[in-house]
Design a protein around this ligand. Structure first.
Ligand code: ATP
Length: 347
């Protein structure tokens, strides 16, 4: 049904800008895929190519069993939810949600049925007669989603739908989108630059960088086994720390010391650094600053070799600013990367 296959897809804009190169993604029917990456990496371009709003200049995209390269957007059986809602200001909520169906000449009874059902799913029944300007941002975004739901499409495409909302509402709407997708089981592609949104929403994350794919995998795979330094730094907050051989203590386990040389560096996430006595430490560093965030503490430090790091601890350390702290980490949390290529090394 709504499976999507993106094969060797590339995009060169008419002005010669290459936005994407050799992108391959298989999306199963009902799967929630999040495209994530820094600004300009090509996320929106790829989404718009699936939607039919941008030409596919290289490769092939299929939805269901049908290649859609030459299929008009309206015939692709997709519904898109945008960041700016794109609601018609002069129409009521009900009219906004009905409009696309009217154009498709669906009968009035069926339109009413679908609009009422979507309004119920989204808890916006009481706003059906209001105009968009009489709604809050979160309510408007729900209407925009309602308009997509009533279409009953094979695929939902979301383009940063939550970025106009405040932080608290974003968290709430994130949950709602996830629940909605689990209920409707419609294949979805969701674009965001927010890695937390990607981690919490996705069945599968695609990390894009400079127009190419860095890694495709489940959130936990990307967190536990990033294939390269870019993904390691992009997924997880605060970012993974990186150390080279000059940062390691003489008391670091021989097995670790042996692997960290001029060719490989060591990555450890802030939450995996554990304070320990100097005699058993892998890393020693001088405390520079402490951020007390209530549920956890971020300690900023610097090694004698000048490498900066962050440790995420459950409580305030006994040491104070200017003093030395010592850390170890379990071997399964020690990631190795090739210094030249950034590619993950097997241990
Ligand atoms: P953001 O998170 O900032 O929205 P993005 O990952 O969605 O970024 P795109 O908007 O897909 O990135 O842009 C990818 C690249 O293509 C960028 O280098 C951008 O400048 C370029 N680009 C986008 N639209 C056009 C266009 N119409 N013509 C030429 N180049 C474009």
């Amino acid at each position: 049904m709504g499976a999507i296959d993106i094969k060797s897809a590339g995009k060169i804009y008419p002005n010669g800008t290459r936005a994407l190169e050799d992108v391959n993604i298989t999306i199963n029917d009902g799967e929630f895929v999040v495209l994530v990456g820094p600004s300009g990496c090509g996320k929106t371009t790829l989404l718009r190519m699936v939607a039919g709003l941008e030409d596919i200049t290289e490769g092939e995209i299929s939805i269901g069993d049908k290649t859609v390269n030459d299929v008009a957007p309206k015939d692709r059986d997709i519904a898109m939810v945008f960041q700016n809602y794109a609601l018609y200001p002069h129409m009521s909520v009900r009219q906004n949600m009905s409009y696309g169906l009217k154009i498709r000449r669906i009968n009035k009874q069926e339109i009413d049925r679908r609009v009422n059902q979507a309004a119920e799913i989204l808890s916006i029944e009481e706003y059906l007669d209001r105009k968009p300007r009489q709604l809050s941002g979160g309510q408007r975004q729900r209407v925009a989603m309602g308009r997509a739901i009533v279409r009953d499409p094979q695929v939902f495409l979301f383009d940063e739908p939550l970025s106009n909302l405040d932080a608290k509402l974003r968290v709430q709407m994130r949950l709602e989108i996830r629940k909605l997708q689990q209920r409707l089981k419609v294949t979805s592609i969701y674009v965001t630059h927010d890695q937390v949104e990607a981690m919490t929403l996705a069945d599968k994350i695609v990390v894009l960088n400079g127009g190419h794919i860095e890694q495709v995998g489940s959130p936990i795979t990307l967190y536990e086994a990033p294939q390269n330094k870019f993904v390691a730094q992009f997924i997880g907050s605060p970012k993974m720390n990186f150390f080279n051989s000059t940062d390691l203590n003489s008391s670091a386990p021989a097995a670790v010391k042996k692997k960290i040389d001029e060719k490989a560096e060591l990555g450890i996430r802030p939450e995996h650094l554990m304070p320990c006595p100097k005699t058993s430490a892998m890393i020693s560093a001088q405390m520079e600053l402490v951020e007390q965030l209530g549920e956890y503490v971020l300690v900023h430090l610097k090694t004698a070799a000048g490498t900066e790091l962050i440790a995420k601890l459950p409580e305030l350390p006994k040491a104070s600013e200017g003093e030395w702290m010592h850390f170890k980490a379990e071997e399964k949390f020690c990631h190795l990367f090739d210094i030249k290529t950034g590619i993950r090394r097997l241990k």
